[in-house]
Structure formats: structure tokens, C-alpha cells
Design a protein around this ligand. Sequence first.
Ligand SMILES: Cc1cc2nc3c(=O)[nH]c(=O)nc-3n(C[C@H](O)[C@H](O)[C@H](O)COP(=O)(O)O)c2cc1C
Length: 336
Amino acid sequence: MVAANSLKYNARLSVAPMMDWTDRHCRYLHRLMSRNTLLYTEMVTSPALVRGGALHLLKYHPSEHPVALQLGGSDPVELAEASGIGAEAGYDEVNLNVGCPSDRVQSGTFGAVLMKQPDLVAQCCARMIEASPVEVTVKCRIGVDDQDPETILPDFLERVSAVGVTRFSVHARKAWLQGLSPKENRDIPPLDYDLVYRMKERFPHLHLSINGGIQTLQEAQDHLARGLDGVMIGRAAYHNPLDVLGDADRLIYKDDHSISGDVVVHRMLPYIQSHLDEGGKLAQVTRHMLGLFAGKPGARMWRRVLSEGAHRPEAGTALVLEALSHVTDNQQAAGE
Ligand SMILES: Cc1cc2nc3c(=O)[nH]c(=O)nc-3n(C[C@H](O)[C@H](O)[C@H](O)COP(=O)(O)O)c2cc1C
């Protein structure tokens, strides 16, 4: 039984790290919907952090906890330093990206290509653990290119856990490093959830989160009921946050908290206002809110008003309320 006040407990459900998507505004929004779900930053590369060019990416709101910083890199010394910087900034966990297949990332030997170098990943993690008072975790694939996941994934988990990593998120498909775009690499290589289940049987002491293609909270609950320790959801949580996160506290954490879209919007207003007061732009926050009413009456107008208006220099919280009025009107019209 995992203690309710531990990160392992929070990690029963997590929102995946997503570049350009899970920035601090997105995480603030997600945190309003679920107070327990573990949130991940976008990947920050360790060279950028260590050389000081990415320190602004470390900024977060105190309400975001528990929040994990994801790092990209393959130099143990640099990653150790970056982990220390992340822990110092107050992140609750530091996660190493061993799953991202993008070209830019491959060129610097980051991400999924490291599935081919488990000993280097272990070395990196060992140094990160030494340097960081907070937990170090790994997000990986089941393999890359012509690797046989059946043999390399257990070998990878064995070697990396030997240095003290006890929590992994596994995107349950290979990455093909040649010929597929990063986007295609999230859809085309087939998912193999059963392999992740077999890893859980083989490594019962490890905390394993399954990731890839999970669309609903019900699916997440099914994975947990079948014995996995955690479920990580990416795109569905971003595009449809209320359906994935709005009931997560109640259903996954037995915490009596749920929230409606209307209340989420009203709670975002002071946050948006202070962002604007600091010179920020409305669209930087509202772009993450477009999916809030996905599938609900008025969703189209909500999206339209925000996407067409939020870039205007004078746009402020009044536009958000205007967009919301379409949702509320439609709900009344539909008798909701
Ligand atoms: C826009 C976008 C950006 C992503 N950026 C990252 C990243 O920075 N680090 C990472 O480990 N994975 C990244 N991913 C992959 C996701 O974390 C996740 O593994 C993948 O989307 C599969 O989960 P899903 O089917 O629930 O979306 C990204 C995915 C998307 C859609």
C-alpha cells in the first residue's frame, strides 16, 4: 500500500511532459481540476539549464505541486548539475527523458536514442541521484528501431533500477528513429501494453506507469485495477482536460473533490489577470483552455471566441467571460 502523502501515490495518475504544451499556465489549469495528479513540465535540456539559458522555464506557481521537472540530456555531470538546479528550484521530482524521438533531440544524444545505451542512462541517473535530494525517475519507450522490446526493456529496467531509480513511466510503443516524424512516432508504432504488464510481474518492486494512447479516466482506472502502479496521460488530458482530470481526485485518489468547467474558468480569471499585469498575453494562457468544454454544448463558440480574440493586444478577462457566456447559454438552452 502506497502512502497517500507520497509522490508514488500522486503518480497513480500523471499528465505527461509535452513540449510547448505543459508549460506553467497549462499546469496551473490542470492543477485546478485535480489536486492530486502528478504534473510534468515540458522537457528542459540540461545544457540549456546549466548554461543559464533556460532558467525562465523553471518558473512555476506554488499551487502546481506536486510537479516534476523533466530533463533531457546524456552527460552525467551536466545532468547532475541540472538536477540540483531543479531540486533547488523546488521541484518534487526530476525525470529523465528517454523517450523523445525528435531530430533536434537525437542530434544531442537525448531522448529515445538512449534506449540503446542503458549503461549511460544508469550512469546519468546515478549522478542525478547523488546531486538531487528529490526523487529521480525515468520516462522511456519499450525500445527503438530494430531492438527487441521483449529483451531490451527488462535489461534497461534492470540496469537503471540497479543505481536506485524505482519509478518509471513507459510509453508502450517503440520509437522509430529514422523515417517517422515525432508526431508519427506517437501514433504509428503499435502499442504493446501487455509488455508493460509483464514488466510489472517481473519487477514487482518498481513503480511502473503505463503511457500511450490512454483516452479516458475509465481506461486509467482499468489499468490501475489490473495492477499497474500508475497511468500517464498526455494528449487526451491536454485536449479534454475536464473529462480526464475533473473527476480524477474522486475516482483515482478517493479525495472528495470535483469541479465544473464554469468554476475552472472563474478560478482562472485572477491568474490570467496577474499574468496580464506582468505584461503577459492572454493567448499564452487561454490556448491551453480551448479544450475545456470539448464535447459539450457551446464548445465550438468557446474555442472560436478565444482563438479569434485572444491575440488582440487589448484582449483580457472580459473575452474569457464572453466566450464562457456561449457555453452557459447553450447549456441552459439544452436544459442542463
Ligand atoms: C506536443 C507533444 C509534446 C511532447 N513532448 C514531450 C516531452 O517534452 N518529453 C517527453 O518525454 N515526451 C513528450 N511527448 C510525449 C508524451 O509525453 C507522451 O509520451 C505521448 O504523447 C504518448 O502519450 P499519450 O498517447 O497519452 O499522448 C510529447 C507529446 C506531445 C503530443
